[in-house]
Design a protein. Sequence first.
Length: 125
Amino acid sequence: MLMKLTAVTLDCADPMALATFYHRATGIPLADRSDDEFAGLRGPDGGLFLGFQRVDDYRPPTWPTQTVPQQLHLDFDVDDLDAATARLVDWGATLAPSQPEADRWRVLLDPAGHPFCLTVPRPPS
């Protein structure tokens, strides 16, 4: 039996604000909103669903320390690390204080504190 990943949901304090950030960053359209409790984006043709759910007393991850574990992170391919980083910071992300391989990866924190990475894809070998 094979499983198909259909959704990833992130906990946060403000689902619509986080959905708006990821919509701006990816262009994936807003697909679902339930009061102030939930918002989501769905890729074209029924693609992957990215959801955001409100959690009482939400505490953002403390990356790279694990005082509050990150639990997951998202990776995104971009054409230009510097331009993408600047645009995402302008939209509310912050550059993480630790950058393990800044020439290859950029680690940012979304407006809710979730770490995510940007990378320029490697050419196929």
